[in-house]
Design a protein around this ligand. Structure first.
Ligand SMILES: [Zn+2]
Ligand SMILES: [Zn+2]
Length: 217
């Protein structure tokens, strides 16, 4: 369990199976599994953040390790890409992989269905939705051009790329998505798992895009 501050962004890591949780003002990017909710609750309390003060939850994609905690943010609107939205709306245990995690996923209304190039406000930053299918059909990265920050979900990590051997995974689509984000001016990569990259993010993305992923037979 750890907390890191990256400027105004708070990164909370609860366990090996929870996604990274980013708190920026009244916005949370990915909510973890929900299994370690009491830990999250006390960490937020330490940071003087009340659950009811969180107004927006943005999910980078519909996998359980990123959306399982959504249910705890009752005052928050939920945003997710339109192609992964049905996972939340239907409480889809298979496609979300909640079954695999032995978790529960209650159907949840999606307030905003994100699309490529949509503008989105993250705390005080003006950012943009980048649709990056491959790890899942509705995976997105959130790019904040002024700050040169990329919230990369499970599309790209500091040391590799997202798995494609999961429901809806598509190696060819992931390669195209990597190529797409390699053209962005990125300093910091804030991924869905593992450690953030705090400088030269673009170099890492270009390398990973070059290496690419091999299609599975
Ligand atoms: Zn994940
Ligand atoms: Zn995932």
């Amino acid at each position: 369990m750890s907390i890191q501050r990256i400027g105004d962004i708070v990164l909370i890591q609860l366990s090996d199976i929870d996604s990274n949780i980013y708190v920026i003002g009244d916005t949370v990017i990915d909510s973890g599994t929900g299994f370690n909710f009491t830990k999250l609750y006390s960490l937020l309390k330490m940071l003087n953040i009340k659950l009811e003060d969180v107004k927006h939850v943005i999910n980078t994609h519909g996998h359980f390790d990123h959306v399982g905690g959504n249910g705890y943010f009752l005052n928050a609107s939920i945003s997710i890409h339109e192609e992964d939205a049905p996972i939340l709306e239907n409480g889809d245990l298979k496609v979300s992989m909640a079954d695999f995690f032995n978790g529960k996923l209650k159907p949840r209304h999606v307030d905003r269905k994100l699309r490529d190039e949509d503008g989105i406000r993250i705390g005080s930053m003006d950012c943009k939705v980048i649709h990056t299918p491959g790890h899942s059909p509705g995976s997105v990265c959130i790019y904040c051009p002024k700050e040169k920050i990329l919230f990369s979900g499970d599309t790209v990590f500091s040391d590799g790329v997202g798995r494609t051997d999961v429901p809806g995974g598509d190696p060819e689509a992931l390669n195209q998505s990597l190529e797409k984000i390699s053209r962005l001016d990125v300093k910091k990569i804030l991924p869905g798992h593992g450690e953030p990259v705090l400088s030269d993010g673009n170099k890492i993305i270009v390398q990973l895009a070059k290496a690419g992923v091999q299609p599975v037979d």
